[in-house]
Design a protein around this ligand. Structure first.
Ligand code: LLP
Length: 428
């Protein structure tokens, strides 16, 4: 079992030194609890492992995983840069205090307005198509603007089809055969191409496809350098590093993985005589995934065709099990290490049959009122939550050294209506 959750002297689940049962007494359920130290440790582990082998290494936190201001500020303080995929993410990152030059904007299917916003914010723009390049070139003041391209390296990987972003079915990036032409065109249009990027998918625990992508990207970079004369300031291998969600899954051997990637990088830099550009990674899940727990209370136990434990969260709170059939480990917060005695379906409170956190899950004895903790809820948990079924979104709590602070208030009914407007004529 790879989940290093802790228990306190009462035997209750302890998150960042705080008792899960006490937290819900204070803040209610469903509740996202974020462990600050875990985020810092994840960042440091990744940074130290890579930078000890290649000094010019930078982490661009993929903030789509969790855009909470406090989470982003913690990562800013650790020294992170930001991978942003929308104007909203740029806006939040700037608000947190990230300098524009530390934000890389990788949009796809962007509008002129979005490009204008990125341009005026001063962030770096990573282009996804030749069409985007042309659109950008038509905007004012782009002469000398630093840009990069996202390349599809013909290989993809990820925990689910929806999360594979390279290869022949992917909508992302430009074809590697197109790369030299794209960079040449960028130069001709007066841009200053400084980087090259790829991101092959999300939730990767097998290093092989990632290594293949690095290999291909480096060859593409080499060709662009030789044929278009582009000197790269950075080479960005994207995010995607997976974390174990299921008890039998193993952690990626970071030491070995980083060594293999860096060896490959150095070998190719030498082969093409490309100097010493910065190497970027864009992890989201690896940094925040195991740092949050979703606490939810069992309100109904019933036996129909199957035995169900119904809880007070749903796929509006945590979408991953429904959207990707993702496994999230679930423990009883009052006895996280209790042995399973039965198999049960754990269902949410949304009016859809797909609203299940687990099917046939081995679980210890439980009763109505018990608190469950859904593990590894930190990445794409809150950030993909919604108000579906007109359920206000959950609160987020940050815990640090046993202290807890609200970093996002629980929504109220009024938040369901905040942007609605009823035409005068309907009021009659
Ligand atoms: N860079 C780019 C350009 C990306 O599109 C992504 C994720 C990342 C970095 C970070 O990937 P990570 O290190 O977190 O794997 N909602 C899905 C994941 C979608 C990921 C989208 N792009 C999930 O819950 O599994």
């Amino acid at each position: 079992m790879n989940f290093n959750f802790k228990t306190n002297e009462k035997g209750n689940l302890s998150i960042g030194g705080a008792d899960a049962l006490e937290l819900v007494k204070e803040y209610g359920t469903p509740l996202y609890v974020v462990d600050e130290e875990r985020i810092r440790n994840n960042y440091k582990r990744l940074y130290n492992t890579f930078s000890s082998k290649y000094a010019n290494f930078k982490i661009y936190y993929a903030c789509k995983a969790n855009t909470n201001l406090s989470v982003m500020k913690i990562l800013k303080d650790e020294g992170s840069s930001i991978d942003a995929v929308s104007p909203g993410e740029i806006y939040i990152a700037l608000l947190v205090g990230f300098k524009p030059e530390k934000i890389l904007y990788t949009g796809n299917n962007v509008t002129n307005e979005e490009l204008e916003f990125a341009l005026s914010s001063g962030v770096r723009i990573n282009l996804d198509s030749l069409s985007q390049l042309e659109k950008l070139s038509k905007l004012p003041d782009t002469d000398g603007k630093e840009i990069s391209f996202r390349i599809n390296p013909k290989v993809g990987a990820g925990h689910h089809d929806h999360c594979i972003t390279g290869g022949d079915l992917s909508k992302f990036g430009i074809m590697e055969e197109e790369a030299v032409h794209a960079y040449q065109k960028a130069v001709d249009l007066g841009f200053n191409p400084v980087g090259i990027h790829t991101h092959i998918g999300s939730g990767i625990l097998d290093p092989e496809p990632f290594k293949l992508a690095v290999h291909t990207l480096m060859d593409v970079a080499g060709r662009v350098y030789r044929e278009a004369g582009v000197e790269f300031e950075f080479i960005d291998f994207g995010g995607g590093i997976g974390i174990p969600y299921e008890p039998h899954e193993s952690i990626l051997n970071l030491e070995m993985f980083s060594q293999e990637i860096i060896d490959l990088l150095k070998e190719k830099l030498y082969e093409y005589n490309m100097g010493n550009p910065a190497m970027y990674l864009e992890p989201g899940r690896y940094i925040v995934g195991d740092a949050s727990y979703l606490l939810t209370r069992i309100n109904t136990i019933k036996q129909s065709y199957r035995k169900f434990a119904g809880v007070d969260a749903g796929f509006n709170t945590l979408l991953r099990p429904t959207m990707y059939d993702s496994y999230h480990h679930i423990v009883l917060a009052s006895k996280p290490n209790a042995k399973p005695t039965q198999k049960i379906d754990i269902a949410g409170n949304i009016c859809e049959s797909g609203d299940l956190f687990a099917r046939d899950r081995p679980i210890p004895d439980i009763e109505e009122g018990n608190l469950l903790a859904i593990l590894n809820a930190g990445a794409y948990g809150f950030s993909m939550s919604s108000q579906y079924n007109s359920r206000p979104r959950a609160a987020e709590i940050l815990v640090h050294k046993g202290r807890s602070e609200v970093i996002r208030e629980r929504e109220a009914f009024a938040d369901l209506l905040s942007k609605q407007n009823m035409p005068e004529r309907l009021l009659k």
